[in-house]
Ligand binder design. Structure first.
Ligand code: FAD
Length: 311
């Protein structure tokens, strides 16, 4: 059994493990894929104090830093169930897909999230070659160029407003006959000179020249006509899905979007269970934020362990 078990090995989980190991607590990390979303990222230019790095390099550095301490890293292990302790100070149980079960007095959940994909031809092929998901991360790469944002909810419209200030031209593409974003955001977007809004448009393909994106194809849902927009980048903004499906029957409080509800100490509604990073209700999903929150969750776990006797 561990004093601290971390589920998820992305930036949040790695940070949490270094903090609890440095407090002398026995610490384990179980991760489906150590490194998390960082492994799927190319250039990273907003990890403050590191002007430029690349995802696989940062993931290797996370692993090296964790490796400096006596942390039990269980990679390629998927958690399927959390059974919270029956009483404060007791052991929680995390059941893994291989049938094993891990016990710990505190659990830090850091299972991250995944961007919802469009699922159209070209999307996977041109990922990081014109297909992007994070305007804070990749917006500046499209300075002066033409991009589309797919999705007319709050995140899509916010992304379009953000990008319109950086890129040459933005086309917002929405499947429905109207945008769903807050009216104030829609007004702001409509006031921008370099933005076109297309509604009732079903994206059917992201086209490219073999090495990078050169356009977007959509079907006009009113007329059935196939249309094309020439551009250099496509930002997909149709939702970020937290990896929390496995927690549904644990009694943990989730938001309506499935994010783990945390307070400002990274505590969940379950005693001794903390959460950090993209799987939580903390706003803005970024590496530096996930690491900060992972550290915070670890210090809260420390505080819990020194105040609650083992039962
Ligand atoms: P994640 O990185 O998602 O890690 C989650 C971990 O949990 C993984 O190890 C995963 O395998 C594991 N896991 C999931 N489910 C289970 C389970 N049931 N059992 C066990 N383990 C599980 N942010 C920036 O700050 N700058 C950027 O430039 C940037 N670019 C990005 C580019 C792309 C293409 C993407 C996808 C994201 C980008 N981000 C960027 C966002 C950033 O990667 C995330 O905010 C960050 O990785 C979140 O860290 P996390 O630890 O919360 O979760």
């Amino acid at each position: 059994p561990f004093e601290v078990l971390i589920v998820g090995g992305g930036p949040a989980g790695a940070a949490a493990s270094v903090y609890t190991a440095r407090k002398g607590f026995s610490t384990g990390i179980a991760a489906e894929r150590f490194g998390g979303q960082v492994l799927d990222t190319m250039g990273i230019e907003n990890f403050i104090s590191v002007p430029y790095t690349e995802g696989p390099k940062l993931a290797a550095q996370l692993e090296a830093h964790v490796g400096e301490y006596d942390i039990d890293v269980m990679n390629l292990q998927t958690a399927t169930r959390l059974i919270p302790a029956a009483q404060k100070g007791g052991y929680h149980e995390v059941v893994m897909d291989n049938g094993a079960s891990l016990k710990a007095r505190t659990v830090i959940l850091s299972t991250g999230a995944r961007w919802r994909n469009l699922g159209v031809p070209g999307e996977q092929e041109y990922r990081n070659k014109g297909v992007a998901y994070c305007p804070h991360c990749d917006g500046p790469l499209y300075k002066g160029k033409r991009v589309a944002v797919i999705g007319g909810g709050n995140s899509g419209v916010e992304a379009a407003i953000d990008l319109a200030g950086i890129v040459g031209h933005v086309t917002l593409v929405e499947f429905d006959s109207k945008l769903r974003a807050d009216e104030v955001l829609q007004r702001k977007l409509r006031s921008m000179a370099n933005v076109d809004i297309i509604v009732s448009a079903q994206t059917t393909q992201i086209s490219g020249d073999g090495t990078k994106v050169d356009g977007l194809l959509y079907k006009d849902r009113d007329t059935g006509a196939e249309k094309r927009v020439d551009l250099e980048g496509v930002f997909v903004q149709i939702g970020l899905v937290p990896n929390t499906e496995w927690l549904k029957d644990s009694g943990i409080a989730l938001s309506k979007h499935g994010e783990i509800e945390v307070d400002n100490h990274a505590a969940t509604n379950l005693n001794g269970v903390f959460a950090a990073g993209d799987c939580t209700t903390v706003p803005y999903k970024q590496i530096i934020i996930a690491m900060g929150d992972g550290s915070k969750a670890a210090l809260s776990a420390f505080d819990y362990l020194i105040r609650n006797e083992k039962v």
